[in-house]
Design a protein around this ligand. Structure first.
Ligand code: IPE
Ligand code: IPE
Ligand code: MG
Length: 239
């Protein structure tokens, strides 16, 4: 969507504030996560309706393992419930699922359902719903450096051949080409930080913040932020 100098192909959202949403209502944190999961549905459908090509949602960070184990276990169950509940609608809307993150230390069942969702939607040609799940940007960059270093070590390339494109091609967003880098980043809940999210890819993205907690974030809020984004001037270092 959008005009030529302000396309909105890739929208990324740091879905934050589930715990505080619950706390405000004297509910346990997991109920905030439940409500947050349900909120993904209408935001994703709206993004799809607007013609956005990639919607990346930060759902679980590599740092979130440090939370109490009850909460981590609950968060690891959410993909199971999410795809159980919403897969038919994702299919109807031609949405393709992608998971961006480390899969080696996920519980088996969680890994299985995410792989299944990717397979089931692989031939869909609409929006890519890209879950950043067990994702951390520093680990992603370390991983890319290791892969590139290996190529140098094996004599496949010279160090001087390493360029920005090569680094980009070795990140976890490689399969989102040509929409690897978000045009717009939204973070809910009033926090204004990246929390280890897409450090490379966000180099020239526009940012929008709202005090609303993720479960309260509406389609209307999204539309307003996008309208605001459309009014901005993206200069990319030029005049
Ligand atoms: C975002 O909500 C969801 C995850 C990080 C998994 P939080 O759980 O961070 O909610 P707050 O920030 O504690 O309110
Ligand atoms: C970022 O939120 C991660 C996700 C939204 C999944 P956090 O709540 O974990 O980030 P911090 O701890 O406030 O930086
Ligand atoms: Mg948080």
């Amino acid at each position: 969507m959008g005009n030529d100098n302000k396309p909105l192909n890739h929208l990324a959202i740091i879905m934050d504030g589930n715990g505080r949403w619950a706390k405000k209502r004297h509910l346990p944190r997991f109920m905030g996560h439940r409500q947050g999961m349900d909120n993904i549905r209408k935001i994703a459908l709206e993004a799809n309706r607007l013609g956005i090509k990639v919607l990346t949602l930060y759902a679980f960070s590599t740092e979130n393992w440090a939370r109490p184990s009850d909460e981590v276990n609950y968060l690891m169950r959410l993909p199971i419930d999410f795809f159980d509940k919403f897969m038919p609608e994702l299919q109807e809307n031609n949405v393709r699922v992608n998971i961006m993150g480390f899969s080696d230390n996920l519980p088996e069942k969680t890994y299985e359902v995410t792989q299944k969702a990717i397979k089931q939607t692989a031939s869909n040609t609409g929006m890519v719903l890209n879950f950043a799940f067990n994702y951390g940007s520093r680990a992603e960059i370390v991983n890319a450096v290791q892969k590139i270093a290996k190529k140098v070590q094996d004599g496949e390339i010279n160090a001087s051949q390493i360029d920005e494109q090569m680094v980009s091609d070795n990140l976890l967003t490689e399969n989102l080409k040509p929409y690897t880098d978000p045009d717009l980043l939204i973070r809910t809940s009033g926090e204004e930080r990246l929390s280890n999210f897409m450090l490379w890819q966000l180099a020239y993205s526009e940012f929008e913040f709202t005090d609303k907690f993720w479960p309260d974030f509406t389609v209307d809020d999204l539309d307003k932020m996008i309208a605001d984004y459309q009014k901005r001037e993206r200069r990319f270092g030029k005049v």
